[in-house]
Design a protein around this ligand. Structure first.
Ligand SMILES: Cc1cc2nc3c(=O)[nH]c(=O)nc-3n(C[C@H](O)[C@H](O)[C@H](O)COP(=O)(O)OP(=O)(O)OC[C@H]3O[C@@H](n4cnc5c(N)ncnc54)[C@H](O)[C@@H]3O)c2cc1C
Length: 463
């Protein structure tokens, strides 16, 4: 994994090497290019996609002009407080402050300089956010995000070397990175030297051994992220003596349509939908967050649950292409009554009807249920009703290399490596040590904002 740099012949030399062409790698490359450095990005796939392409592409950002235009009041401190509240105070306060502060400028930078047509989602909010701050592109897909970032990189003559896997870091005994050994698609190898290196190769969701080791509760879960994210940053970091943090943190999701494997947006819960199990019973507070909900769903009989909602909520969910795909795939069942829906779902009608009636009653009187979930009259559902069978999944890991606010990787003793940076899923995130600490959007937040910061800082040492 790590070679002694002094003995290794370098084939070619570049100022800045970036491993991974997801949101983190491409934002880093754009920022470095603006700072006057020509970055070279190494990507394992023929066309960059990463977990970024699988996401809904929603980036949380505070204090943007998109928010102001819609009368939404927000600021970086409020956002940082939301992140830390969800992370139970476990996230690195310096990094949290940096991403909170950098989020608004990041979205405006991508919109104004690279023509990414963001707007702010204002017809539902995600759990834990005290302001509407999710910014998305017209299709609400990560595929659109990654394609637009790649187009921006190409338009700015950034060198993107695809079908190349970074296999080995070449480092001096003091941790200074000299380069990376690359495996080409045709089996040949090349050693590229660099003045600075940014690891943007995401986490270890695609490495079953590491998942079993660090997050055993998800060892048998469906992995819904990019399979090429095999934990290289963590393995290299460990070998280099880097500080690793929060390896038990991850983004789970409790609402993936099964057997279709399509994400059903959590908007269906936040708008007033509920989840029931095969026995027709509810089993927890759906408004806490989708991440920790993954294991709750997996613990139900058969490892599944049903999302239940109405036509109004389906209308909100339809802004997501994934939801429209789920409808096209036949994943969304419809019933004119709850009894008819229960029949289609093959769940006990009496239990399900009683649960449904109780929740509707609580909504009417702004009540609170046995799990502590609070309802409002605006969440009431009327026929026709819909249901989707879902399971829990692992989306991406949040633990990784500990960094400072500029993305520079820390050694075990807290000192900084001279020319090694990390961003996105390769770095320790801002979600603390468990799935429950993940605030919606933490993934792309740290990919894009820290990618940009790491690109800028790496440019300073790339000479
Ligand atoms: C279904 C789903 C929905 C999500 N929705 C959201 C959302 O709406 N909002 C949000 O904030 N987050 C969301 N996330 C999380 C988000 O997608 C990730 O946190 C984010 O994309 C990480 O970006 P990244 O650049 O670090 O990694 P990636 O986008 O995964 O990019 C890493 C790249 O590195 C490459 N790579 C890996 N190892 C090597 C190697 N050794 N050599 C060369 N290349 C390598 C990979 O091929 C990949 O292209 C979602 C995730 C999933 C799975």
């Amino acid at each position: 994994m790590i070679g002694a740099a002094t003995n290794e012949k370098i084939d070619t030399h570049v100022p800045l090497l970036i491993v991974g062409a997801g949101a983190a790698g491409l934002c880093a490359a754009l920022a470095a290019k603006e700072a006057g450095i020509q970055p070279v990005v190494i990507e394992r796939d023929a066309v960059p996609s990463g977990s970024t392409a699988l996401s809904a592409g929603l980036i949380p950002a505070a204090g943007t002009r998109f928010q102001r235009a819609k009368g939404i009041t927000d600021d970086p401190q409020l956002f940082a407080a939301d992140i830390q509240r969800k992370a139970h105070g476990e996230a690195d306060a310096v990094v949290v402050a940096a991403v909170g502060k950098g989020s608004g400028p990041l979205v405006e930078w991508l919109a104004d300089r690279y023509d990414l047509p963001f707007d702010v989602v204002d017809n539902f909010n995600y759990p834990g956010h005290s302001a509407m701050r999710m910014h998305g592109l017209p299709t609400r897909t990560g595929l659109e995000l990654i394609n637009r970032l790649r187009n921006a990189a190409e338009a700015n003559d950034i060198i993107l070397l695809t079908e190349r896997v970074a296999e080995r870091l070449l480092a001096e005994p003091d941790g200074r990175i000299r380069g990376v050994e690359i495996l080409h698609g045709d089996g040949t190898r090349e050693r590229i030297g660099c003045a600075a290196l940014i690891l943007a190769c995401n986490g270890y969701g695609g490495n079953p051994d590491l998942v079993r080791q660090f997050i055993p509760e998800m060892a048998n879960a469906l992995y819904f992220g990019h399979p090429g994210n095999r934990g290289d940053a963590v393995l290299w970091g460990e070998a280099l003596g880097a500080q690793l943090a929060h390896l038990g943190g991850y983004q789970g999701h409790g609402s993936v349509a099964t057997p279709h494997n399509i994400l059903i947006t959590w908007a269906v819960m936040m708008q007033g939908g509920i989840q029931i199990n095969k026995e027709g019973r509810r089993f927890c507070d759906e408004s806490r967050g989708y991440s920790e909900h993954a294991t709750d769903v997996m613990r139900q009989p058969g490892g599944i649950a049903w999302d239940v909602f109405d036509a109004r909520i389906a209308g909100v969910a339809r802004q997501f292409e994934d939801f429209r795909d789920a409808e096209r795939a036949g994943a969304v069942l419809t019933g004119k009554t709850i009894a008819e829906l229960a029949d289609a779902m093959h769940v006990p009608v009496e239990t399900f009807s009683a649960e449904w009636a109780e929740v509707e009653n609580l909504k009417a009187k702004s009540g609170q249920d046995r799990y502590g979930r609070k309802f409002t009259p605006g969440q009431r559902c009327v026929a026709p009703f819909h249901a989707v069978k879902v399971t829990g999944a692992l989306f991406h890991t949040q633990g990784g290399l500990a960094i400072d606010a500029s993305g520079r990787v820390k050694r075990k003793d807290g000192t900084l490596f001279p020319n090694l940076f990390a961003a996105g899923g390769a770095a320790a995130g801002v979600s603390g040590a468990s799935a429950a600490g993940y605030l919606s959007g933490n993934g792309l937040l740290t990919a894009t904002v820290l990618g940009r910061l790491a690109g800028r800082s790496a440019a300073q040492v790339s000479h």
